[in-house]
Design a protein around this ligand. Structure first.
Ligand SMILES: Nc1ncnc2c1ncn2[C@@H]1O[C@H](COP(=O)(O)OP(=O)(O)OP(=O)(O)O)[C@@H](O)[C@H]1O
Ligand SMILES: O=C(O)[C@H](O)[C@@H](O)[C@H](O)[C@H](O)CO
Length: 185
């Protein structure tokens, strides 16, 4: 039997990846991994200093994210049965998502898409996080929306976590097995 799919909740800083991802994992009864926890300290310190990550910073991290998804979604190396997994990861560019798919081919992406003002408002009122609101524009510049040939769906980041969970459930019902290529709005 094919291992169950992994879902990567993705988008720019403040789109709600961690919040929605954790709620989605709980609703689906699968483990949750926050890719922020896989960054090397040098990446965290760079972002904390207000400097955007570049590709050299991101590639080793994305490989670690792909490996973590493969391990969690197939049980490889964990000794646990395959359960599926939800991962919160920015995955801003197509090439980054492709790198994840190379390691974990049955991954689908859930893009939380929101407008700048809403995102800025969230980041400015968030406390205790290393990511400064000043990096939002660099994140929006880097973001490449999901293309029609990428597996996944795009949802409104302004929706409640419950509404996003309902949309993802609908998506999984429509395409329960294997990588799906669906049209995006
Ligand atoms: N659907 C939502 N509705 C209202 N507020 C939300 C929603 N999702 C997240 N938030 C709030 O917005 C802020 C950013 O959310 P969160 O930290 O989950 O985003 P993120 O995409 O993981 O950010 P980062 O990439 O910087 O870690 C938090 O204060 C969170 O409580
Ligand atoms: O790709 C990137 O620029 C980084 O991964 C960021 O997106 C952060 O990880 C995250 O958004 C902050 O918590």
């Amino acid at each position: 039997m094919n291992p169950p799919p992994a879902l990567v909740v993705m988008g720019v800083s403040g789109s709600g990846k961690s919040t929605v991802g954790a709620a989605l994992a709980e609703a689906l009864g699968v483990p949750f991994v926050d890719a922020d926890d896989l960054h090397p300290l040098t990446n965290i310190e760079k972002m904390r200093a207000g400097l955007p990550l570049d590709d050299d910073d991101r590639w080793p991290w994305l490989r670690a994210v792909g490996d973590a998804i493969r391990a969690a979604s197939t049980g490889t190396g964990t000794g646990a049965p395959a359960t599926g997994v939800v991962v919160a990861c920015s995955a801003l560019r197509v090439s980054y998502r492709d790198a994840i798919l190379e390691r974990a081919p049955r991954t689908r992406f859930v893009l939380l898409q929101g407008d700048r003002e809403m995102l800025l408002g969230r980041l400015r009122s968030r406390t205790g996080h290393f990511m400064p609101a000043s990096l939002l524009d660099s994140q929006l510049d880097a973001l490449e929306p999901l293309g029609p040939h990428e597996p996944g769906l795009t949802v409104d980041a302004a929706d409640t976590p419950e509404a996003v969970i309902a949309e993802v459930r609908g998506f999984l019902t429509r395409s329960p097995d294997g990588p799906q290529r669906i049209a995006h709005p």
